[in-house]
Design a protein around this ligand. Structure first.
Ligand code: WTA
Length: 649
C-alpha cells in the first residue's frame, strides 16, 4: 500500500473528478461558484460580510490593518465576546433547547448539554475563575482528557477574557511544565485521571512531579473523572465539582477587542522549543465560523463529529469554535477507535446518528487494515459528509473512505490547514467542487495561495515547489508568544511579503493542489507535528547520548515513524536495555506520541563539511533506498558503517 501522497501514482491513475451528487448539491449551503466570485471581486468586502454573521458589541473600523506587516490586524476596534456569540445569542435566536455538546465516555456513560445548559456551566466556571483571581488577559493551562469539562473550561476563559493554553492530555508532565512556564499560566485545570483502553492513566498525581516547579501556578482545579487518588496540596489544589456546586450560573460576558488574545497553542517547529502560536479573538472567530459553515455544509439537524483531541488545533477550531459559533451539535468521544472493539467509532455513529464525520488519514489507514467487517457490523446510513485533515491522504485511503464509510454517497472534504492558519485554507466545497482523490483541491473563497519555486516565482503545472499564502487571512496567527523574531524568521523571511507554510506542493493542469507534506525538519506522526529537534534534544538529555539525529521513516499507518540514530558517550555500550531506556526517556520528556519506533547506535552521524547532519542520508538508509549523492559528506565511511548496522538489525 502506498501511504504517502505520490504524484507519479496520481498521474498514473488519473481519476475522473467526482462531481457533487445532484441531491447533495441541491440543499447544500453553496452549490455554485458565487462565493468564489464574490471573494475574488473584493476579498476584504467578502470577509467583512462574513464578519457580519457574528454579533459585535461595537462594529470594527477597519477590516484589515496591514500598515505593519507581518503584524496584521483584522476588524480593528471591533468589540465582541466569543462565548456570548456561541451561547447567549443562539439562545436568543431560539436554539436554547438544542443540543450543543454530546459526549460519550469510554465506558459508555454519556451526557448531552443543550445550549442553555452549556451556558449555565460556562457561566459557573467563569465565576469560579473570577473567584480564584483570574482576570481578563491572564493565561490558564488546560491539561485534560476528552471530557466536556475541557470545553467548559475553554469557554469559561473566553467569557471572562482569559487566554487558554490547552496542552494535549497525552503529553508528558515535563512537556506540560515547559508550556505552563512559557505561557506564565496562573492556574491549571486538569483531571485526576483519564480512561484509556480500559485502564486508568493518572494525570493529577503525574503532574505532581512538575507542578512544584511552576511557582507561577497559584491554583490547580481538578476534575474527578476516574476516582484516582492523589496527594492534594492544600491551598493550591481545588475540586472542580465543589467549586462548581457553589458557583452562580449567571455571568456577564466581558467585552473583548477583536485583537485581544484568545488562546495560545503550542506546536512543533524545527528547533527543540515548541512554538506558542497566538490567536486573537475577532478574526479567528470569523475564519472558523465561515469555514465550518461552508466546508461542513452546516445544517440545523446535523450531528457533527470531529475525532481530534481538544489539545490540537483541529480540536479547537472544529470541535469547539466552528461548530458552536454556528449553533451546531458537536459530538465528542473520550476513547480510542479500537476499544472495546474495532467497531467502536461505527457503533457511535450508528447510536447517535452522526451526519458529518471528520477524521485523519492515519486513522483511516488503520480502519482499512483492520478490515471491512468492523465497518459492516454497523449502520452508517446517517452519514452525509466526510472530512479528512492532518496530512496528505493517499488516493487508496480516500477511495476506501468514500466507499466503505461514505457508501459511495458522501462527498469527502480533504482540508489543508495548520495550527498557524487557525482555519481551513485549502478544501473542496462539498456541493461545488469536483473531487480528485488525494487532492485538497483549491483555496477557500477569500484565501490566496500558490506554489513558488526557490526564487519565489509561481511554478508551472506539475512542477514541485513550496506552498505559500499570498495575502493575510482573518484567523492567521498574530505572533509566537514571547518570540516575535522567531515568528518573522519562520514564516515571513523565505518569501518576503508572503507566508511560508513549510509544505511542499504542486499544482496540476486543472489547478488542483497536491500537498506533499513538510519540507522542514518537522515530522507528521499520526497526523501530529513533532519536531525532529524536539526528540533529539530529549535524547541528548539522557546521560548516555552524545549526539542524536531523528528522522521520519515512511510508515504505512502513521505517515511517519520516528527513527533515531544515536552516538553514545564514552563508557556506554549500546544494548536493547538502553534502547528501551532511551525510548521511555523520550516518552517521559515529550509524551508517548514522540517515542521513537526504532533507535540505532552508531559511532558517528553523517555530516556535511559544514557540520550539518545529513538527515536525507539517514532517511535513505532507514528506508533502504539508494544513497544518492554523498560527495559533500565529511566522512563517507560513516554511511557505510551505519548502513551495515542498520541492515544487520
Ligand atoms: C499537514 C493540523 C496534506 C501539513 C490542522 C501541515 C495536511 C501540517 C493536511 C499542519 C491535508 C494538514 N493535506 N497535509 N489535508 N492537513 N496537513 O499544525 O503538513 O497540526 O503543514 O495542523 O499538517 O499540522 P497542524
Amino acid at each position: 500500500m502506498k501511504n504517502r501522497q505520490d504524484d507519479d501514482y496520481v498521474k498514473e491513475n488519473q481519476f475522473e473528478p467526482l462531481q457533487p451528487a445532484a441531491n447533495f448539491a441541491k440543499t447544500a449551503q453553496v452549490n455554485d461558484d458565487s462565493l468564489y466570485r464574490e471573494a475574488k471581486k473584493d476579498r476584504l468586502a467578502f470577509w467583512a460580510k462574513m464578519a457580519d454573521n457574528l454579533t459585535w458589541n461595537n462594529k470594527w473600523e477597519r477590516i484589515l490593518d496591514d500598515d505593519n506587516p507581518p503584524y496584521y490586524k483584522w476588524f480593528t476596534n471591533g468589540k465582541l465576546n466569543v462565548s456570548e456569540n456561541f451561547l447567549d445569542i443562539h439562545i436568543k435566536n431560539g436554539l436554547g433547547d438544542k443540543k450543543a455538546l454530546i459526549f460519550e465516555g469510554e465506558k459508555g456513560d454519556s451526557l448531552a448539554l443543550t445550549y442553555k445548559q452549556l451556558l449555565e456551566e460556562v457561566c459557573k466556571f467563569s465565576n469560579v475563575l473570577t473567584k480564584l483571581g483570574i482576570k481578563k488577559g491572564d493565561t490558564i493551562t488546560i491539561w485534560m482528557p476528552m471530557i466536556p469539562e475541557a470545553i467548559i473550561a475553554m469557554l469559561g476563559c473566553t467569557r471572562i477574557g482569559a487566554i487558554h493554553s490547552v496542552v494535549f492530555g497525552g503529553f508528558s508532565p515535563e512537556a506540560l511544565k515547559d508550556r505552563i512556564l512559557d505561557s506564565k499560566s496562573k492556574l491549571v485545570v486538569t483531571a485526576d485521571g483519564a480512561n484509556r483502553r480500559g485502564k486508568v492513566i493518572p494525570m493529577r498525581s503525574a503532574a505532581d512531579q512538575v507542578l512544584d516547579q511552576c511557582p507561577g501556578v497559584e491554583k490547580v482545579v481538578i476534575v474527578n473523572r476516574t476516582g484516582t487518588s492523589y496527594n492534594s496540596k492544600s491551598g493550591r489544589d481545588l475540586s472542580w465539582s465543589e467549586l462548581m456546586a457553589d458557583a452562580d450560573h449567571n455571568f456577564e460576558p466581558v467585552t473583548m477587542d477583536a485583537e485581544d488574545p484568545l488562546f495560545i497553542l503550542y506546536s512543533s517547529g524545527t528547533t527543540g522549543k515548541p512554538k506558542g502560536i497566538l490567536h486573537t479573538t475577532g478574526g479567528y472567530l470569523v475564519g472558523v465560523k465561515t469555514t465550518f459553515r461552508y466546508v461542513f455544509d452546516h445544517r440545523e439537524d446535523d450531528l457533527y463529529w470531529c475525532t481530534a483531541d481538544i489539545g490540537w488545533i483541529t480540536g479547537h477550531s472544529y470541535i469547539v469554535y466552528g461548530p458552536l459559533s454556528n449553533g451546531s451539535s458537536t459530538f465528542i468521544y473520550e476513547g480510542t477507535p479500537d476499544y472495546p472493539g474495532r467497531d467502536r467509532f461505527w457503533e457511535l455513529i450508528e447510536k447517535y446518528q452522526v451526519t458529518v464525520f471528520y477524521t485523519a488519514p492515519t486513522a483511516i489507514r488503520s480502519f482499512m487494515r483492520w478490515g471491512d467487517q468492523y465497518v459492516d457490523m454497523r449502520d452508517l446510513s446517517s452519514l452525509r459528509l466526510l472530512g479528512s485533515v492532518g496530512e496528505p491522504i493517499n488516493p487508496e485511503a480516500w477511495l476506501w473512505y468514500h466507499e466503505h464509510i461514505g457508501k459511495g454517497k458522501c462527498p469527502i472534504v480533504d482540508t489543508w490547514w495548520q495550527t498557524e492558519t487557525g482555519m481551513i485554507m485549502i478544501t473542496p466545497l462539498p456541493g461545488v467542487t469536483p473531487l480528485k482523490p488525494g487532492s485538497a483541491s483549491w483555496a477557500f473563497p477569500g484565501i490566496e495561495v500558490d506554489v513558488f519555486d526557490d526564487n519565489g516565482n509561481p511554478t508551472e503545472a506539475g512542477q514541485r515547489g513550496f506552498l505559500v499564502i499570498k495575502s493575510p487571512w482573518p484567523a492567521m496567527l498574530r505572533t509566537l508568544h514571547g518570540d516575535p523574531e522567531r515568528f518573522e524568521n519562520t514564516y515571513w523571511q523565505q518569501y518576503p511579503g508572503f507566508y511560508f507554510t513549510g509544505d511542499g506542493a504542486w499544482k496540476d493542469q486543472d489547478g488542483y493542489l497536491w500537498i506533499m507534506g513538510r519540507v522542514d525538519d518537522v515530522l507528521n506522526v499520526s497526523g501530529h507535528r513533532i519536531g525532529t529537534m524536539e526528540v533529539e534534544s530529549a535524547l541528548v538529555e539522557h546521560p548516555s547520548a552524545a549526539e542524536a539525529a531523528v528522522i521520519g521513516k515512511v510508515h504505512e499507518i502513521k505517515g511517519h515513524a520516528i527513527t533515531a540514530f544515536v552516538t553514545l558517550k564514552e563508557g556506554y555500550e549500546g544494548s536493547e536495555e538502553l534502547v528501551q531506556e532511551l525510548k521511555s526517556h523520550v516518552g517521559k520528556k515529550i509524551g508517548a506520541i514522540a517515542r521513537p519506533e526504532e533507535i540505532f547506535f552508531t559511532y558517528e552521524l553523517p555530516k556535511t563539511r559544514s557540520g550539518k547532519i545529513m538527515r536525507r542520508l539517514l532517511r535513505d538508509i532507514a528506508e533502504q533506498r539508494d544513497l544518492g549523492d554523498v560527495t559533500t559528506l565529511m566522512d563517507p565511511q560513516v554511511v557505510a558503517s551505519i548502513k551495515e548496522g542498520y541492515t544487520e538489525k
